[in-house]
Structures are given as C-alpha cells and as structure tokens.
Design a protein around this ligand. Structure first.
Ligand SMILES: Nc1nc2c(ncn2[C@@H]2O[C@H](COP(=O)(O)OP(=O)(O)O)[C@@H](O)[C@H]2O)c(=O)[nH]1
Ligand SMILES: [Mg+2]
Length: 204
C-alpha cells in the first residue's frame, strides 16, 4: 500500500525492478535517473544500498507534473534488487511494501532459464511476504532487443506472460534508453489508476 507522508504532503509509491542478474535493471534506473524531468530539487541521488558488486539501487523523484490528490503530491521511489541467486534475503526486503513491479527479462535465448527462474523466485518471495503477484500491478520488459541472439517476443510472451490475466509488455534496449520510459510510464499509470484513479503524466 502506498505510504502517505503527512509531513511533506506526499503520497509515496514504491516500484521495484526485478529480474535475473545482468538483465539490465540497474541500467533502467540509471537511464531514468539521467533523463527524468523534475522540478529542481525534486529528484533524489542514485543511492547504492549495499557494498557488494550486485547492488541494490534506489532513488526517488517527484514528476514535474506531480499529481496532487487531496493536497498530496505523488512521489515515486524506484528500487532494483540484486539478481544473483545468493541475495534472496535482500530481494525479499526490497519487495516488502512494493506497490508496483517491473520484471526485466534478458532477451538472449540462453538466458530464458534464468528469466523463468527469476520470475518464479519473484512469485515465491511475494508468497513468503503473504502477497500475490496477481494483486500487484506489474509489467514485463524484454530487454536487450539489440542483441543478435534475442529470442522472438512471442516466445518470451509464451514463457513469461502466460498467466490468466496478461500484463503489458515492452521491448527495450535499456543502455540506449529505448523502451525505458515506455515501461515506467505504464507502471506509473497503472499505480495511479489503482491509488488515485487518474491518468499519469509522461516523464520524458
Ligand atoms: N546489449 C545490451 N546490453 C545491455 C542492455 N541493457 C543493459 N545492458 C548491459 O548489460 C550489463 C548488465 O546490466 P545491469 O543494468 O548492470 O544489469 P542488472 O544486473 O540487472 O542490474 C551491463 O553491461 C549493461 O550495459 C541492452 O539493452 N542491450
Ligand atoms: Mg544491478
């Protein structure tokens, strides 16, 4: 559930980028951080929450056209999780209180088992937290579309988007910022629709 900060009159919405190691989660956050438009002072620093090589990153921002609901502005907090299998406890901690999830998949054929495993791990971790992916707004991003060994989108849909209710999917080449804001705009729109019942502005 989104947090209400009475002191700053902000509604805080937490979005977690999830996926296997090296799929491009950090790249998504760096691109958003570099290019998102906010009024001066309304974008936090990109913070690394751990010291190991596979870091958890975080920053928050208040969109330039922040939606004001009953006097509250909507601030977005973006997190990545470490993708490596050994950091599962960290992933559970980061997932706690997530309002929305972006699952980033690596399009390379040989990464499909890792994508599927990570998607399963996401559902398992949510279950541990007594949450259900079906009840959390989420989107899929098929990243690294630029690589020659990228699997067809239809195949990735079949592997990762075959649940009862299909979710929006986006093709991306994150290091060129392609598909990054399309993905973010959709998840924010879904969240605003859920919490605020209004459509979101575009961020870049
Ligand atoms: N070719 C290609 N490389 C990418 C893309 N997105 C990210 N990368 C690279 O993949 C590597 C892992 O990315 P990173 O964001 O650190 O992955 P993370 O482990 O999910 O956080 C880095 O070298 C990125 O520059 C993409 O769309 N295409
Ligand atoms: Mg990373």
């Amino acid at each position: 559930m989104a947090l209400i900060n009475q002191a700053t009159k902000e509604l805080q919405v937490k979005i977690v980028y999830y996926g296997p190691g090296m799929c491009g989660k950090t790249t998504n956050l760096v691109q958003v951080h570099d290019h998102v438009q906010t009024a001066q002072g309304n974008k936090g620093k990109l913070i690394s929450l751990a010291t190991n090589s596979d870091r958890t990153l975080f920053f928050d921002f208040l969109p330039i056209e922040a939606m004001a609901i009953k006097g509250f502005k909507t601030k977005f907090q973006l997190y990545t999780v470490p993708g490596q299998v050994i950091y599962n406890t960290t992933r559970q901690l980061v997932l706690r209180g997530a309002d929305g999830i972006v699952f980033v998949a690596d399009s390379q054929y040989e990464k499909m088992p890792e994508n599927v495993e990570s998607f399963q791990n996401l559902q398992d971790n949510l279950r541990t937290l007594k949450l259900n992916l079906d009840e959390i707004p989420h989107v899929l991003q098929f990243n690294k579309r630029d690589l020659p060994n990228a699997a067809p989108v239809e195949y990735m849909e079949f592997l990762l988007n075959n649940r009862e209710v299909q979710v929006p999917t986006f093709s991306a080449t994150a290091h060129r910022c392609e598909g990054v804001f399309e993905t973010l705009n959709m998840i924010t729109r879904m969240l605003l629709h859920k919490y605020i019942n209004q459509s979101a502005p575009q961020y870049a």
